[in-house]
Design a protein around this ligand. Structure first.
Ligand SMILES: [Zn+2]
Length: 213
């Protein structure tokens, strides 16, 4: 049971939507205690973006209460991106978040029989949780989106191309220390880590760290 370094990559219809979608992943993740990776948030300046943080990835079948809680927080963080799109433009098609949806479904499938009542209830509950956190932290999400939109356009490095699959040659980016400084103004304390620091055990979930793995 562990939170792994990962990224939430999405493609949208425009840079403005992408900025708010990625900012919602970042801010809602921070509000749930999911650390940011120092690489922060990037926009490809056309229609895609990526947020680097630590969250539960599908593939670890362990199912203790701590595992379930990690999945739940991760699903809420993932769902927050599309909730931000809907808040900006209520008609935004679900296809803009189809990669996010695949990850949510995979995490839900590790906890409940797919398509059963428990599965559907959890999916609905986590959507509602994501909506209320996007609403609660909307000013912070907007501030972060505006901050990254205001960044200069720079050519993407070779490392950037290796780290995310956008085909476009330029990007705007804001690192996680800058993100943390913005979020502090809204009472949110971001944990910033490097990927080389490895897995992260949330102290409020993993109270018995001696037996965690
Ligand atoms: Zn997303």
């Amino acid at each position: 049971m562990k939170l792994c370094a990962d990224w939430i990559y999405s493609r949208f219809v425009d840079e403005f939507s992408a900025a708010h979608h990625e900012a919602a992943h970042a801010v809602v993740g921070v509000s749930l205690g999911l650390p940011l990776l120092d690489e922060g948030l990037h926009l490809d300046t056309v229609d895609g973006g990526i947020t680097f943080n630590l969250h539960r990835k599908p593939g670890d079948p362990s199912n203790t209460p701590a595992d379930a809680e990690e999945r739940k927080r991760s699903i809420v963080m993932i769902k927050a991106g599309y909730r931000a799109n809907l808040k900006l433009f209520p008609g935004t098609p679900a296809t803009v978040a189809s990669d996010d949806r695949r990850e949510e479904v995979a995490l839900l499938n590790e906890m409940y029989p797919p398509g059963g009542q428990e599965w559907v209830s959890a999916d609905t509950r986590q959507k509602e949780d994501a909506q209320s956190l996007v609403d609660k932290h909307w000013e912070a999400i907007r501030a972060l989106a505006q901050a990254v939109l205001a960044k200069p356009v720079v050519p993407r490095s070779q490392q950037s191309f290796q780290r995310w699959s956008s085909p476009y040659p330029n990007e705007k980016c804001i690192n996680s220390h800058e993100i943390a400084a913005i979020l502090r103004q809204f009472g949110l304390n971001a944990i910033v880590r490097k990927e080389s620091e490895g897995i992260y055990l949330s102290p409020d979930i993993h109270t018995d760290t001696g037996s965690s793995s």
